[in-house]
Write a new protein. Structure first.
Length: 147
């Protein structure tokens, strides 16, 4: 595997990021179904056009191999990085890329004045174990609600 490089998501790589997202989340264990690539492209463009948007890509060999889409989230102690979507290429998982990527993101958000990362993931999915392995803690007293 070639050296990993951290990039901020820009308009030029959104298409490749969408392809990575689709390739990852349409497989096990998520098995997500999307109406079209355009539907997912709209999600990415809406994120990108948000003035609090913060997005990262990990590149290897000229290809996007990991992705993080999120935003700056105001909180009492300052700004946090809220990760809305995070994935590593399905073919590249379990090779340390995700751990490298999350650490590189942590360093960059600190330089931008953000003081934490917050996210939501499915309970008992491989993603929960990944985040816990990388120092994240579950807030047992919190409940996610939607309407």
């Amino acid at each position: 595997m070639e050296e990993l490089v951290l990039l901020k998501v820009n308009k030029h790589i959104i298409g490749e990021c969408v392809d990575l997202f689709l390739d990852t989340f349409t497989k096990e264990p998520w098995n997500d179904v999307y109406e079209s690539r355009e539907q997912v492209m709209n999600i990415f463009n809406n994120h990108f056009n948000n003035n609090y948007f913060v997005g990262y890509a990990a590149m290897s060999g000229g290809k996007v191999v990991a992705l993080s889409l999120g935003m700056k989230k105001p909180w009492i102690a300052g700004l946090e990085y809220y990760i809305d979507e995070f994935c590593v290429s399905y073919k590249m998982q379990r090779k340390g890329i995700g751990s490298w990527f999350i650490k590189a993101i942590e360093e960059d958000i600190r330089e931008q004045g953000m003081n934490g990362i917050i996210l939501i993931t499915k309970k008992d999915y491989p993603s929960q174990k990944f985040y816990e392995k990388n120092g994240f803690k579950a807030f047992g007293e919190l409940v996610v609600l939607g309407k």
